[in-house]
Design a protein around this ligand. Structure first.
Ligand code: ADP
Ligand code: MG
Length: 301
């Protein structure tokens, strides 16, 4: 098959591994810089152009869309969808998962375990916002944060209040969340491919830190999942409509709760920790689900 990886950087571990895994299995794999794609949408025959030429018809596209280019990246993915190309994750599912609040609203409606969460822009009663999620300590998050930046712990009602006021002062959308203390600074990343958890790791925050992000000095190790962990991750992926994603869980006393769902999960940490060929499983998923473009003419699909 002819596969395209949409990625801003061909040297990134995940991009390289996906290309290698595709080639190993006998496919042709091109890496296309998402931001350099341009589209002609005035024609009835949708196409993507790149470096002065029309891109060939790919059988499958693997979108690796970073958070900073969600808007343009998802429109490139959508253009491939218009051409009838199989996209590992659909553009609408990527957009949906990028919005933390929207994701939580969808997951909560379907009964997925979540930390009790309040969302606000300009609450008139901050004390109530804190009380409503169970009182201090609470976790306060910027809606657009990644890698643990913009996630703070308000240990007392007083400090939580002043942090919320500070965020309000800079006109930010904030999320106030029950602090899952019993998680002990650890979270669980489940890598879901095609409705199955294919690899999982536990990330432990460094001493004196509650955020387990590897970027914040956390460390990764393999972990055995419970049936409930597994079911929660698989259901969350299904509700978000993502075929390939990372689902982050915290183990709360009430059972696993979902913190976030990532549509372009990094492969380095999880492949290193678990020694699993996750990239190969993504290619295998494509083999099972993409129908080759060969007998198709453009504009169909
Ligand atoms: P980011 O998108 O920046 O990674 P997260 O929501 O994943 O933000 O939070 C970063 C880390 O902080 C998590 O991996 C987890 O270890 C910790 N954390 C976040 N929310 C909670 C919470 N409600 N209770 C306990 N720990 C939390
Ligand atoms: Mg996170």
């Amino acid at each position: 098959m002819k596969i395209a990886i949409l990625s801003r950087n061909s040297k990134l571990y995940s991009t390289r591994r996906l290309q290698e895994a595709g080639i190993e299995r006998g496919h042709e794999v091109d890496i296309i810089d998402t931001l350099h794609c341009y589209m002609d949408i005035t024609k009835s025959r949708p196409a993507v152009r790149y470096k002065g030429e029309e891109l060939p018809l790919y059988d499958a596209v693997i979108p690796r869309i970073g958070a900073s280019i969600t808007f343009y990246g998802t429109s490139v993915v959508r253009q491939f969808e218009m051409m009838g190309t199989f996209c590992v994750n659909e553009s609408v599912a990527i957009s949906r998962s990028r919005d933390k609040l929207r994701s939580m609203q969808l997951l909560s409606r379907k009964g997925i375990g979540l930390p009790r969460t309040g969302f606000a822009h300009s609450p008139d009663n901050i004390k109530d916002l804190i009380r409503n999620v169970g009182g201090a300590p609470v976790v306060i998050k910027l809606l657009e944060g990644t890698q643990g930046i913009g996630v703070v712990l308000g240990e007392t009602a007083k400090s939580a209040e002043s942090m919320i006021e500070a965020f309000m002062g800079i006109n930010a959308n904030i999320l106030v969340q029950e602090y899952i203390k019993e998680a002990g600074g650890a979270d669980i990343r489940c890598l879901v491919v095609g409705g199955r958890v294919v690899a999982a790791m536990k990330r432990q925050a460094k001493e004196g830190e509650f955020r387990s992000n590897l970027h914040r000095g956390g460390s990764a190790e393999i972990v055995r999942l419970t049936k409930e962990d597994r079911a929660t991750a698989v259901n969350a992926a299904k509700i978000m409509g993502l075929n390939v994603c990372g689902v982050d869980l915290l183990r709360a006393n009430s059972g696993p709760v979902v913190m976030e769902v990532n549509s372009s999960p990094g492969l380095e940490g999880i492949e290193t920790a678990t020694q699993k060929d996750v990239a190969g499983l993504v290619i295998e998923f494509i083999e099972k689900n993409a129908s080759p473009h060969k007998n198709r003419t453009r504009g169909q699909g």
